[in-house]
Design a binder for this molecule. Structure first.
Ligand SMILES: Cc1cc2nc3c(=O)[nH]c(=O)nc-3n(C[C@H](O)[C@H](O)[C@H](O)COP(=O)(O)O)c2cc1C
Length: 374
């Protein structure tokens, strides 16, 4: 089984990717990155390089850095900004976003707004340029084309241009109703028949049982999950998570990887975890207000350990008991090293020698080993 965490803007932060990897994801995507900003916005570049540096500092599962755009040169230049990290780590690949439905993508003419046949030369130009200029595998993630058979035709072209696998989010683009309606998994099944490179199925996973159903139906080589992971980061495992435990696990990962998730991102994640199981509880609105008003990760952690536990009718979840701190509150020193700062991170990047998830033909660059061999 090859389970993959989807790219999600502002939600695919390193602590979250690590969390889902701890609970069964075998590969994860970064959020969509904008090449122009990787080149012209130092703060943006540093933020995302910090993520990749910390990610690469440990033995880990593969990560796919997703880029968007409509200009082959720009996309290649943006990819080169992160490729240094890819070279060092050896388990990164780069994905091209051909599925973003947002108005900004419409205005900027990228994402799903390149799926019309008239724009295929642009798409082919980007994938070919990336494939010939970069030393890492390239992939593409798209939505359904109109009419549907065009999806197979475009995907075959992407394969011919050097895409090492294709992910299909099997819905058509709709800016207003982004993920509503069922994904058309028959198209994924058919796409699998058309491609020689691996096909990744995306859409319709609401609960654990859907994983097997989806893979059985589509015959896909891998299965990507997005929105459901936000509420249930353990969906790849059989059992629903303990909300407090999973929230604290995520928060401890935020502390472990400082400066890789903004406060808003952390608030959103913990809110989603709690919402998933307790949205209808009378105290949920109090929780929501408290988390929205929290001004630091420590405050969110305190809320989770004490108030959330109380609302759930449980004992507070104290820190590992510290003689000097019988209440379990973090010491000032602890607080300092936990703060989600923007400081420059200096981490030695170790060579990753992790097998990747997908079987890619040996003819392709840096062929991945099968996940089964891990
Ligand atoms: C909050 C959020 C942000 C997303 N951001 C991206 C993105 O940056 N790039 C992308 O290709 N898709 C993005 N998506 C789409 C997901 O990757 C995925 O294709 C979609 O949610 C369908 O899968 P699902 O039904 O499992 O959620 C996003 C989805 C969500 C919920």
């Amino acid at each position: 089984m090859k389970y993959i965490a989807a790219p999600m803007v502002n939600q695919s932060d390193l602590p979250f990717r690590r969390l889902v990897e701890n609970h069964g994801a075998m590969m994860s995507y970064t959020q969509m990155l904008i090449p122009e900003r990787l080149l012209n916005d130092q703060e943006y570049l540093e933020f995302h390089l910090r993520d990749l540096t910390l990610w690469g500092s440990e033995r880990n599962k593969p990560v796919v850095v997703q880029l968007c755009g409509n200009d082959p040169d720009m996309v290649v230049k943006g990819a080169r900004q992160v490729q240094g990290y890819c070279d060092a780590i050896g388990t990164i690949s780069i994905d091209l976003n051909l599925g973003c439905p947002q108005e900004t993508a419409k205005d900027g003419h990228y994402g799903a707004y390149l799926l019309g046949q008239k724009d295929w030369p642009i798409v082919e130009g980007m994938v070919s340029s990336m494939s010939s200029s970069l030393a890492v595998p390239i992939s593409a993630k798209l939505r359904l084309c109109q009419p549907l058979p065009k999806t197979y035709e475009l995907s075959k072209r992407l394969e011919a241009c050097g895409s090492s696998w294709v992910t299909l989010h099997a819905r058509t683009v709709s800016a207003r109703r982004r993920r509503q309606g069922a994904a058309d998994l028959d198209v994924v099944k058919e796409l699998k028949r058309h491609l020689n490179v691996p096909t990744i199925s995306n859409g319709n996973v609401k609960e654990h049982a859907d994983l097997k159903r989806n893979l059985l139906h589509t015959g896909a080589d891998g299965l990507m999950v997005g929105e459901t992971l936000l509420g249930n980061p353990c969906v790849f495992e059989e059992d629903d998570p303990d909300t407090t435990a999973v929230s604290l696990e995520y928060l401890s990962l935020c502390n472990k990887y400082p400066g890789t998730a903004t406060l808003r991102t952390v608030q959103a994640h913990v809110r989603h975890f709690v919402e998933f199981q307790y949205q209808r509880r009378p105290w949920y609105h109090k929780f929501r207000t408290a988390i929205t008003n929290a001004t630091s990760v420590e405050e969110i952690e305190h809320l989770t350990r004490y108030k959330l536990a109380k609302w759930l009718g449980r004992e507070p979840v104290k820190h590992d008991v510290d003689e000097a701190d019988p209440h379990g509150f973090p010491s000032e020193d602890e607080k300092e090293c936990r703060s989600v700062g923007d400081g420059q991170v200096e981490v030695e990047v170790m060579n990753g020698n992790i097998s990747n998830c997908l079987d890619i033909s040996p003819a392709r660059k840096q062929p991945f080993a099968s996940i089964d061999s891990q």
